[in-house]
Design a protein around this ligand. Structure first.
Ligand SMILES: *[C@@H]1O[C@H](CO)[C@@H](O)[C@H](O)[C@H]1NC(C)=O
Ligand SMILES: CC(=O)N[C@H]1CO[C@H](CO)[C@@H](O)[C@@H]1O
Length: 363
């Protein structure tokens, strides 16, 4: 399947060669009022039945033009009893680590954190750079082995550079408003940091342990990028899919994409038991919606967002809290913390199944 570039409202030359999300960005400017709230917005979700986590939150960047299309990137924070995992980090223009700490979503002094990039693209991985500097706790930066080098070598900047260059001319096409705390947005963009040192390259079958039996298993899903990964929780049949699967335009023609690999990865996802899926963009999906997106993609459709509208069951957040106040649903990890560091472990899993076993080793 080859994605076509929407032509309406797309006025920048070269759009056709970009990842489609860039096209979406460049084509749909809308200004929103940024005076009332922060750059990030975090909401709580119910912990899926059977998942041994203490909390699950989603953070988004409020003022990307993606937000106006409902396709802003999702950053999922999963709290276990002893450690937490953050999947994706955004553009890196504001400090996500500080936001999560200030909001009580993550206590850096007590909770080891594994920051995972679902893939190399700047709207997911660029924000990793703020974590080591901003925190004193044990933070591990991790990414799929196929994309880790892109982030470490700042090749993520290859796509980010396009963003920065184009923003110099068309800032409104990418960000609807500067973050309130940034007085000179243009100057800030010139400092755009995308490089982060990946501590741990993740491969198929690696596991991340969060305490009390909570284990997330890495699935290597090349296609969107070589190192695209998903994280799977077996007991609750929950998957975090990154950009491999969401209800929208699935991108298999970006710079490092591979259509054949994408199809293989979709086949693996189709064979997996999934009750709920938390994607890299858009709404959280029921198992039925998840399968419908796969069918949609396999059917050659460009826009799979309609399946969310046609099938009930969208997984909704529990509450909204975009400022620093904690709600009862977003419990800070302030109890029962051990000094056990999060570990990522390779157990040589079969490439066609998600291993359920786990083992531990120091990083
Ligand atoms: C983090 O946890 C420690 C230990 O429980 C506590 O003393 C500290 O106040 C917490 N920090 C925040 C910001 O909640
Ligand atoms: C450090 C600590 O208090 N650990 C406790 C966490 O909770 C489990 C059971 O809920 C206890 O077994 C641990 O001792």
């Amino acid at each position: 399947m080859i994605l076509k570039t929407p032509t309406s409202r797309c006025f920048l030359s070269g759009c056709a060669n970009w990842p489609l999300f860039l096209v979406l960005l460049c084509c749909r400017p809308t200004i929103v009022n940024a005076n009332d709230d922060g750059w990030f917005e975090t909401v709580s979700f119910a912990v899926p039945e059977g998942a041994p986590w203490t909390s699950l939150t989603r953070t988004r960047e409020r003022y990307t033009t993606e937000a106006n299309d409902g396709h802003e990137a999702n950053f999922w924070l999963i709290q276990g009893s002893q450690a937490a995992v953050l999947i994706d980090t955004g553009f890196g223009l504001e400090n996500l680590a500080q936001h999560l700490m200030d909001g009580g979503y993550w206590n850096a002094s007590t909770t080891p954190l594994v920051v995972v990039a679902s893939h190399e693209h700047f709207d997911h991985a660029a924000g990793m750079s703020v974590f080591p500097a901003a925190t004193s706790s044990d933070v591990v930066l991790a990414a799929g082995s196929g994309d880790a080098n892109a982030i470490t070598e700042s090749i993520t900047a290859r796509t980010a550079d396009i963003l920065v260059q184009e923003m110099a001319f068309y800032p409104d096409e990418y960000f609807s408003e500067a973050p309130p705390s940034v007085t000179d947005f243009a100057a800030r963009l010139s400092d755009f940091q995308t490089q982060a040192n990946i501590d741990r390259e993740l491969v198929e079958g690696d596991t991340i342990e969060l305490g009390d039996g909570a284990v997330l298993t890495i699935m290597a899903l090349p296609g969107h990028t070589p190192g695209s990964i998903a994280l799977y929780d077996g007991p609750s049949q929950t998957i975090f899919t990154g950009d491999t699967l969401y209800a929208g335009y699935l991108i298999d023609n970006a710079v490092d994409s591979n259509v054949d690999d994408y199809a293989t990865s979709m086949d693996r996802l189709a064979a997996l038991s999934v009750k709920q899926a938390y994607p890299g963009h858009g709404e959280a999906l029921s198992g039925e919606q998840y399968l419908a997106v796969i069918d949609c993609y396999n059917g050659g459709e460009e826009d799979c967002s309609y399946v969310v509208e046609e099938i009930p069951g969208t997984v909704k957040p529990l509450s909204r809290s975009s400022s620093s106040s904690s709600t009862s649903e977003s419990v800070p990890p302030d109890g029962n913390i051990t000094t056990t560091a999060p570990t990522t472990t390779t157990d040589g899993g079969d490439s066609d199944t998600v291993p359920s076993g786990s083992s531990a080793s120091s990083r």
